[in-house]
Design a binder for this molecule. Sequence first.
Ligand code: BTN
Length: 244
Amino acid sequence: LGQKIHYFEEVSSTNSVAKEIAASEEEGSLVIAEVQKVGRGRMGREWISPHGGIWMSVILKPGIPLRHASRLTLVAGLAVANVIRDMGLDARIKWPNDVRINGKKVCGILTEAKAEVDRVDYVILGIGINVNMELKDIPESFRAGSTTLKVETGKHIRRVSFLQDLLFELEQQYIRFKTQPFSQILNDWLALSDTIGREVKVTTPSRIIEGKAVGVTPDGALIIRKSDDTKEEIIAGRCIYARP
Ligand code: BTN
């Protein structure tokens, strides 16, 4: 991954640029920018992307069924969490895609796929990491639940070496994804997730589901046990912990 890098000082969104060029790119190409003007988060939200972060999108062509594309979100979350843990920080994953340190978000992942019938043509793995920003660089309305690697370590982080480590780890996990049963990655993901066992409230475009998070399906859907003891699987949504 990252054999070919498209670097920009400023873009709308690296995911949007990656989508435009994906059809003619080799697998593994990277789009990366210093600043995103219209950084996109999940569920139509805005993603604040000032100088100092890592805003990147990796183009993958795994040739998998579309229903398995969400697994790549877990693969990316695991890779990011592993690299941050290697720095000595206690990174945890909140379903489906937030990497957090001490309960504060340091990274978000936006996976977008294009499919022909049921096979994906490509998957864009968009990864945003708050690296060298100070909290004051993050608008007040987003600040409460966020942190940065610089804030957590008290040190300036060399973004290029962080990126090298991340691409290496992402490639290792991607190779595992393609060659081994997904249950292995899922087990590693579960070991780093702080969602399972918690009371959660998950908001989807159509409704709100409350209950206890009891597991994740092989496709990455969250399994919730509701108060009437029935279980429900949620493939995408916004998850809030009832207790911090
Ligand atoms: C989320 O947590 O809601 C997902 C945030 C994803 C942000 C990254 S930054 C690089 C890529 N380009 C975007 O516009 N979004 C993703």
